[in-house]
Design a protein around this ligand. Sequence first.
Ligand code: COA
Length: 440
Amino acid sequence: MNWELEYRSRCMDAAEALKLVRSGERVWIHSGCATPRVLIDALVARGHELNDVEIVHMKTLGLTAYTDPEFEGHFRHRGLFLGDNVRTAVAEGRADYTPILLSEIEALFTSGNLPLDVVLMQVSRPDAHGYVSLGTTVDCTLTAARSARVVIAEVNDRMPRTHGETNLHVNHFTALVETSYQPYEMLPLPYTEIHRKIAENVASLITDGATLQLGIGQIPDAVLGCLGDRRDLGIHTEMCSDGVIDLIESGVLTGERKTVHRGKILLSFVLGSKKLFDYIHENPSFEFRPIKYTNDPFVIARNDNMVAINSALQVDLTGQVCSDSIGTRPFSGFGGQLDFMRGAARSKGGIPVIALPSTAKNGTISRIACMLEPGAGVVTSRADVHYVVTEHGVAYLHGKTLRERAEALIAVAEPCFRQELQDFAERSNYMGKRPSVVCV
Ligand code: COA
């Protein structure tokens, strides 16, 4: 059949499409800038008719009414990476958090661990051959759409069409809902003087020809702002935001020295503004792939001089990195942090970096901590950690003893906390016994 007839036969309104969801089913929702807001509204509108529907996703943007107390027993959210829109529900026990490496999520769909019944997603208009594009966000959703029984998409004429492994044929969908609105934007936050100093310290580790991974948070974009005088940088990352545009336009990001996907920005999704959406539209220099590929540490490691830049909430004096919780309270997720830390560690000339401000809460809490807060989640273990960077400098920890780690980390802590950290390190015998001086 002609694909346009196939397409038309699948088009319906959102309320009709969401009738395909049944009680007891598991629903995957497309994340980030591709969060399908019209389908979510229609799902929530059916909430009181449904029981026990599990809603699974990574960081979405916009409202998550399905986590409201009124839907207990109807919907239950399982978060694989928490955004601020679900954090309270998880903290109050109305939703769940699953700690997992981003690279391993897609395998859950087929292993029997987390089979999916329904996928709700957002795609571009079809091209001349009947293929839609996942646009801003391939993440785990392309694989999800290949494994679920029912696949429902919003076809948004404002979703960009992107290159790489981003396409599905209209035949693949169970239902299509035409929409036209600006996809959610995540605007870059202005960074502070502290972020700028951290970024300068990170940038001091980045040489010409390096390939970069940029994690989530304000620091990665600040780092891009310090790289204007480098040459032939490349990108292999799970996500990127607006900061890449200026570096491409100024000829710094060429990818010419990349040893994998030379000349391409390899990524799985963008979190950015309309300016970035317009920039990636039909732009073959951006190669989108599923996360199971971009985040595979063995693929990452094939890039020489791979620099992975991720952030953290707390680092203890032995180098354990907490990034997904504040104490027992889940905050975000593993994301690709450990995937990229391990990939960069294996890369020839690779540099795995954890970059964070030395304090939180207006300087009242040291993020370089004697011990992690009880219940804090270790994302990067102390055997995986290499560089820890704050606004006060660079600590190199890999292969170092507990004494050497404590010394290096105290040197990059906020000065007013250093004595307390030193005293703790001595009391805990991290510093070891100093040989006594014998006077003759
Ligand atoms: N104790 C108490 N509060 C703390 C804290 C600590 N040790 N550390 C941070 N906070 C607070 C901050 O004050 C801030 O609060 P505010 O929003 O009220 O100002 C909040 O927690 C967030 O901290 P911030 O440093 O601004 O976060 P960020 O946006 O830079 O993100 C991570 C940092 C660690 C949360 C983020 O990088 C992450 O989720 N990483 C894990 C996953 C990952 O690295 N993925 C890589 C690719 S996606």
